[in-house]
Design a protein around this ligand. Structure first.
Ligand code: IPM
Ligand code: MN
Length: 352
């Protein structure tokens, strides 16, 4: 028997609704001899409104003691922009050294892409199935910068992107490993080396050097602007993409849009070393406009649960969830189902 300590942060808006379905599917998928000990943490906009706290240090330390974290979504329009992003979400990613932000982008059969006509032109065997390895602890996200002559017509704001050889190398090596384990074994570096010569140069050199350890992996480089063109004209050309924190943020929303929308996009914030708990969350936000209506699609959370199980080496359970989601999507069509109906349907397939 094995026991897993899971921290759950349902959060705000649709967060608790999609997390409930994610846990439903989790329980249907894990074998009987694996026991999930779940502790819920009340963090997010509601707590901030009530107490003014984002992430107290005592809570951070409690979270550290878990094997993994499942997060729904945080935020509501009443919280000033940046407070929860920096005080909670990014604080967790930085405190737990989540250097690999893993974001798969797969167009499941039965799901219609907004660029479907274009994809159809490429023939019946054309597949979109890639994964973005987004750096998660550096870049402009570190919050290094400031403002001079604030509020004057001569104000100057800087937002410094921090890129360390250590930080780049570990995420690049992880991306090579993932590429090497996949069928096509192709890795694309996305950056903007023609303009961001300092950071871009470092990324490019490390990408080349680490590549020598992976002679089986085919490599490719794209400037981020060109990458957006390919993502919307020929996304099937990608296998694994590695990129920095900000470019990764932007292109993974685009990748999600192209593969059926944000309702399906899963993510894992990984400390690959295993020293800290990794955190799994749908890419979407708290969608306060549809909270409580049963309209939220829990699929992104369910797929995030599958990523979590894979990370916990419960590979079989992860595969079964992915297969159940694929089967559900293949038959979904235009059906209008509620959040819990979708969760029930996927859980039933997993159990069946
Ligand atoms: C995401 C989000 C976050 C990010 C925000 C909410 C801080 O957009 O997870 O992609 O920029 O990383
Ligand atoms: Mn984002």
């Amino acid at each position: 028997a094995r026991s897993v300590n899971l921290a759950v942060i349902p959060g705000d808006g649709i967060g608790p609704e999609v997390v409930a379905e994610g846990l439903k599917v989790l329980h249907a998928a894990v074998p009987g001899d694996v026991k999930f000990e779940i502790t819920e943490y009340d963090l997010g906009a509601r707590r901030w409104h009530r107490t003014g706290e984002t992430l107290p240090d005592t809570v951070l330390e409690e979270l550290r003691g878990h094997d993994a974290i499942l997060l729904g979504a945080i935020g509501d329009p009443g919280v000033p922009s940046g407070v929860l992003e920096r005080g909670l979400l990014l604080k967790l990613r930085f405190a737990f050294d989540h250097h690999v932000n893993l974001r798969p982008a797969r167009l499941y059969p039965g799901v219609t892409s907004p660029i479907q006509a274009r994809l159809d032109e490429r023939g019946p065997d054309y597949r979109v199935d890639f994964v973005v390895v987004r750096e998660g602890t550096e870049g402009p996200y570190v919050g290094n910068g400031g403002s001079l002559r604030t509020g004057t017509p001569h104000e100057i704001a800087t937002e410094v992107s921090v890129n360390t050889a250590y930080g780049i190398e570990r995420v690049v090596r992880d991306a090579y490993r993932r590429a090497s384990a996949r069928e096509r074994k192709k890795l694309t570096l996305v950056h903007k080396t023609n303009v961001l010569v300092h950071a871009g140069g470092l990324w490019y050199r490390i990408f080349q050097r680490v590549g020598e350890e992976f002679p089986d992996v085919t490599t490719d480089y794209l400037h981020v602007d060109a990458a957006t063109i390919f993502l919307t004209t020929d996304p099937g050309r990608f296998d694994v993409i590695v990129t920095d924190n900000l470019f990764g943020d932007i292109i993974t929303d685009l990748a999600a849009a192209v593969t059926g929308g944000i309702g399906l996009a899963a993510s894992g914030n990984l400390d690959v070393s295993g020293a800290n708990p990794s955190m799994f969350e749908p890419v979407h936000g708290s969608a306060p406009d549809i909270a409580g209506t049963g309209k939220a699609d829990p699929t992104a959370t369910v797929l995030s649960v599958a990523l979590m199980l894979e990370h916990l080496e419960l590979t079989d359970a992860a595969r079964r969830i992915e297969a159940a989601v694929a089967a559900d999507l293949a038959e979904r069509g235009g059906q209008q189902r509620s959040t819990s109906q979708i969760g029930d349907a996927i859980a039933a397939r997993v159990a069946g």
